[in-house]
Design a protein around this ligand. Structure first.
Ligand code: ZN
Length: 294
């Protein structure tokens, strides 16, 4: 079974060793490097395009990803307004790359994208405004102004599928259409976890705000690293206490209950109309599909 896209990263991150500059120098000399340009990984055919180091990359932002067996892997951020020309491949947008790469390459490239992107956006200390410095092979930044340490962020997002059980035991799920979605897409509901909230409380709040739906038990299903830019998707099922809902009209512009039969038919492309379900790289796809299979 193919893991959920961006999960299943096989690398040993060598968390203790990577803070040792002497160890890192040796790894870098033997390293392979995945170039990025404007958040796009370099693809060589249908694989992540890891390449031997080049002297002209010495001053580029470079982060240690981990060990693939004994092979140290790094990611490197190439500057410039024009796409660098590298023989043997091209730079591809990350979502598009996730459709063609093997699962392990998608996970590694996702890790690299999230990490490089964090460095680009955290050049200054949020505490005192001083320029921050790169540390621990890219897994920390330090501030020489105030001594603060900054670590790469992961932002939790709840994503949930409400399920209603009828008196006859049949089930339906509620899916909605956010105004910001691509045309025709309906999906699970989602939102950032706010400070001071548990995962379950965030699920209840979001469903209350977006569709005024009352829910009982909330069950965790799976999580997904989602590097756009640095989310961790917390996939849940929420037991709906009634079929009654009302869309908020701000974020959600439509919502509908679907039976398992209808979901299966839609996933098999047997229904062609104005509704599309989420693509396979999204955890929402797995939430919907895994429920319909049960
Ligand atoms: Zn500072």
């Amino acid at each position: 079974v193919r893991p959920i896209a961006f999960s299943g990263n096989p690398l040993d991150r060598a968390s203790y060793n990577r803070a040792d500059p002497a160890w890192l120098t040796g790894q870098r000399a033997a390293g392979l490097f995945l170039p990025f340009w404007q958040n796009r990984p370099f693809l060589a055919g249908k694989r992540a395009g890891f390449l031997p180091g080049r002297a002209e990359w010495d001053n580029c932002l470079c982060v240690f990803l981990g060990l693939d067996g004994a092979q140290p892997l790094f990611a490197i951020d190439l500057p410039g307004d024009h796409e660098p020309v590298i023989e043997g491949g091209t730079f591809q947008e990350m979502r598009a790359a996730a459709f063609v790469l093997p699962a392990r390459d998608t996970a590694i490239a996702g890790q690299a994208k999230a990490l490089l992107d964090w460095h680009r956006r955290h050049g200054f200390c949020p505490n005192c405004g001083h320029r921050t410095e790169f540390a621990d092979a890219g897994n920390r930044r330090t501030c020489p102004g105030c001594g603060a340490e900054h670590f790469p962020r992961t932002d939790p997002v709840v994503i949930m599928l409400p399920v209603f059980k009828n008196e006859d035991g049949g089930e339906e799920c509620l899916i909605g259409r956010n105004k910001r979605f691509p045309p025709q897409l309906f999906s699970a509901f989602a939102g950032f976890v706010e400070p001071g909230e548990s995962m379950e409380e965030a699920v209840r709040r979001e469903l209350s705000e977006e569709v005024e739906l009352k829910v009982g038990a909330i069950r965790y299903h799976a999580t997904q690293p989602w590097p756009f830019p640095s989310s961790l998707m917390l996939g849940c099922y929420a037991q709906a206490l009634s079929r009654d809902f009302r869309i908020d009209g701000h974020e959600i512009e439509a919502a509908r209950w679907l039976s398992k039969d209808e979901v299966r038919a839609r996933l098999a492309n047997q229904i062609e109309d104005e509704m599309k379900l989420p693509v396979a790289i999204a955890i929402a796809h797995h939430l919907i599909k895994d429920w319909a299979k049960r």
